[in-house]
Unconditional design. Structure first.
Length: 81
């Protein structure tokens, strides 16, 4: 199995200039469960973003502004020094 993979990698490296092989290297197989989980997470994060935007747009001003945080800082739990 290891030698088989080495052989496939050697072939890919040998013919990497060909368009078909370039396309193969770009498209990597992902297991179905992981792919579905990624898709679900993207949908959930999009819904959360939309909900935040709607709260900011239609909120009463003060409360919605306090709760707003940029997406980059929204997931930070603790800072390590």
């Amino acid at each position: 199995e290891k030698r088989n993979k080495q052989y496939r990698d050697a072939l890919k490296n040998r013919f990497k200039h060909m368009p078909e092989i370039k396309r193969m290297t770009r498209h990597q197989h992902v297991p179905k469960a992981i792919h579905k989980a990624q898709k679900l997470r993207r949908v959930m994060e999009g819904a959360e973003r939309t909900k935040k935007a709607n709260r900011i747009a239609h909120g009463d001003g003060n409360t919605s502004v306090k709760e707003y945080r940029p997406a980059r800082k929204g997931r930070i739990v603790a800072e390590i020094e």
